[in-house]
Design a binder for this molecule. Structure first.
Ligand SMILES: Nc1nc(=O)c2c([nH]1)NC[C@@H]1CN(c3ccc(C(=O)N[C@@H](CCC(=O)O)C(=O)O)cc3)C=[N+]21
Length: 294
């Protein structure tokens, strides 16, 4: 038996469709057009591609898009000054600073400078704290996308054994919090975890977010498990082109899993859809309106 291939692209299109409808209602009934500012420092080719795609999607959903491209040697003070302007701009509801930042800039200081109400990445300590308190509005986009995909397959996650491999602030930790809020039994595993393969084999829901190509092998997967691959590793090919591969050895895992996300076409598209959702949530909150019913 071959696992169901989870279509993240289709799920993202569906979510973006619902967000787009709600944006149109917001403009029509309240005269509010959500706006997203994306800040890119430097000219890393992969980051440039993602940022371009985010800007295109934002506009297609009926939102305003503000594009700030800064040279790789911009000073931290200049970047902080731009954040301060975006914080004060009423047309800007969401601010995303593309990570990673160059070494001479403290990502911590930059994230701390973003108005928590505009922090559509959900990385500000206030939003991270709210997530752990169970009162979050803006939660990190990739984890939110992972949970939506898992619920799409399983319906409820209550009582399921979830294993998250990876403990980053942007994926692993917030993902564990979201799964806990769904009443899953959550384990966070990482590079120092003993008997990692055995831990993974206990998972009804296995999330791989380590950034190591094909680290999770087929025999780490419990038969019938739902596998969500967060890894996006760009592998250079001899012909100068590149190929994206995940953190899961897909060809092996699909023989064992019940359902599995591909790379590309899995979690990646959901990340962008959730960014638009967060921008909508921020704009509605700013206007004193309840959360969208998307
Ligand atoms: N502050 C911040 N927030 C982020 O959310 C953030 C970031 N920084 N830095 C970089 C990573 C990466 N990221 C992706 C989003 C979508 C795809 C995506 O749509 N990928 C497509 C393929 C795209 C391709 O072919 O290159 C897919 O998986 O199907 C990938 C990667 C967001 N990130």
């Amino acid at each position: 038996m071959t696992a169901q291939r989870i279509d993240g692209k289709a799920a993202a299109e569906a979510l973006i469709g619902r967000v787009t409808d709600d944006v149109a209602r917001l403009i029509r009934d309240h005269g509010v057009q959500p706006g997203l500012a994306v800040v890119l420092v430097g000219d890393d080719p992969a980051s440039t591609v993602y940022v371009r795609s985010k800007i295109k999607r934002t506009a297609a959903a009926g939102m305003r898009s503000f594009d700030h491209r800064l040279p790789g040697d911009v000073s931290e003070d200049d970047l902080l000054a731009i954040i301060a302007r975006l914080n004060a701009d009423p047309q800007v509801n969401g601010i995303l600073v593309q990570l990673p930042l160059p070494k001479h800039i403290s990502a911590d200081r930059v994230i701390n400078a973003i108005d928590p109400g505009k922090d559509v990445d959900g990385l500000h300590p206030v939003n991270a704290g709210r997530l752990s308190a169970g009162t979050a509005k803006l939660v990190p986009c990739t984890p939110r996308g992972c949970v939506i995909l898992a619920k799409g397959v399983r319906g409820t996650l209550a009582g399921l054994d979830a294993v998250v491999v990876g403990r980053s602030a942007i994926v692993g930790k917030p993902l564990a919090q979201l799964l806990l809020a769904e009443d899953a039994t959550v384990t966070i595993a990482h590079s120092k975890t003993k008997d990692l393969a055995d831990v993974c084999r206990r998972a009804d829901l296995l999330f791989a977010a380590v950034g190591r190509p094909e680290m999770v092998r087929g025999d780490w997967v419990k038969p019938g498990a739902t596998v969500v691959d967060v890894g996006i590793n760009r592998l250079a090919l001899p012909d100068g082109k590149s190929r994206l591969i995940g953190d899961v050895a897909y060809a092996e895992a699909e023989k064992v899993a019940g359902a599995i996300t591909p790379v590309p076409g899995g979690v990646g598209p959901m990340t962008i859809a959730c960014l638009l959702l967060n921008t909508l949530i921020a704009a509605r909150a700013r206007a004193g309106l309840p959360e969208p019913m998307v």
